[in-house]
Design a protein around this ligand. Structure first.
Ligand code: ADP
Ligand code: MG
Length: 263
């Protein structure tokens, strides 16, 4: 039986590439023969929209076929899985109502661990090699649920002047979560939206590589308009434009993540 590895893509800074990286790494892990389940944990529905049209996503959001309803009613997530158009790649979509999840969790017993319990049977079944979760840009009770249900935290950081801003808060939050879930590890940092001609790319890399006990992935993702075109077409970039640069970069990143976890 497989051991399922769960990874949460989180950073409290919005626009750092969480949803893009989660979806495209998921696509390439699936292409590389791994069985992958994606969990859309953000009310902005971006991960869901990376694989389904707006109409389909809003349909799932308005029905009960989504993560918000599953968690609110504390149901087994096995019953909320939808297949994406790609082999080996499944998704549990989000809902716009996810904006109210903090309130729903507030009065619940052991409220940090609700998602972990909802996910338990899927994880223990060993059906998936990877469960990848896309987190919202907030550090509250719901982000805590996502991290308490994860083995690893992966932080996408945008190579921009403000890209590192708030990272200290993210580390602090990680340490708080570890008091509840000591087995959570920091898988590493992935640098996204890179423009190699700009100085702050080098500065970002130097700061990150200088941090003790923090791994920065060798693979990084450059700015590429194909990513936005692919998102507009509700497709991972590798399916939209197989030969493009960011497709190759995400393919390499997926391999690096898999290799790091199986080293
Ligand atoms: N490598 C890239 N090149 C160009 N645009 C990108 C790239 N990565 C992400 N984007 C764009 O940047 C924005 C933020 O990315 P997103 O993944 O949604 O970040 P987050 O989930 O952290 O808020 C989106 O509009 C996305 O299309
Ligand atoms: Mg996002």
């Amino acid at each position: 039986m497989k051991k399922t590895v769960t990874i949460c893509f989180a950073n409290n800074k919005g626009g750092s590439g969480k949803s893009t990286t989660c979806g495209n790494v998921g696509y390439y892990l699936a292409q590389q023969g791994k069985k992958v389940l994606l969990l859309d944990g953000d009310m902005q529905l971006n991960l869901s929209l990376s694989f389904f049209s707006e109409e389909e996503v809003l349909g799932m959001a308005q029905s009960e076929q989504n993560l918000y309803h599953a968690v609110r009613l504390q149901k087994d997530l096995a019953d909320f899985i939808v297949h994406t158009p790609y082999e080996n790649l499944d998704l549990i979509p989000s809902s716009t109502l996810m904006s109210g999840i903090e309130y729903e969790l507030f009065t619940k017993w052991q409220r940090e661990l609700i998602l972990r319990k909802c996910l338990q049977s899927v994880k223990e079944s060993g059906e998936y090699d990877y469960i990848l979760m896309d987190a919202p840009p907030t550090l509250g009770g719901w982000a805590m649920n996502l991290l308490c249900a994860s083995d690893w935290l992966l932080i996408p950081v945008e190579a921009s002047p403000w890209g590192l801003f708030g990272l200290a808060n993210m580390f602090e939050f990680f340490n708080t979560v570890r008091q509840i879930s000591p087995e959570l590890g920091l898988l590493g940092i992935v640098v996204t939206k890179v423009n190699e001609r700009k100085n702050y790319f080098r500065q970002t890399m130097d700061v990150l590589r200088g941090m003790e006990n923090v791994y920065t992935f060798e693979s990084y993702i450059k700015v590429d308009a194909s990513i936005e075109w692919a998102q507009d077409a509700s497709q991972p970039v590798g399916a939209f434009r197989r030969g493009c640069r960011s497709a190759a970069e995400y393919e390499a990143l997926a391999k690096e993540i898999d290799a790091r976890l199986n080293a």
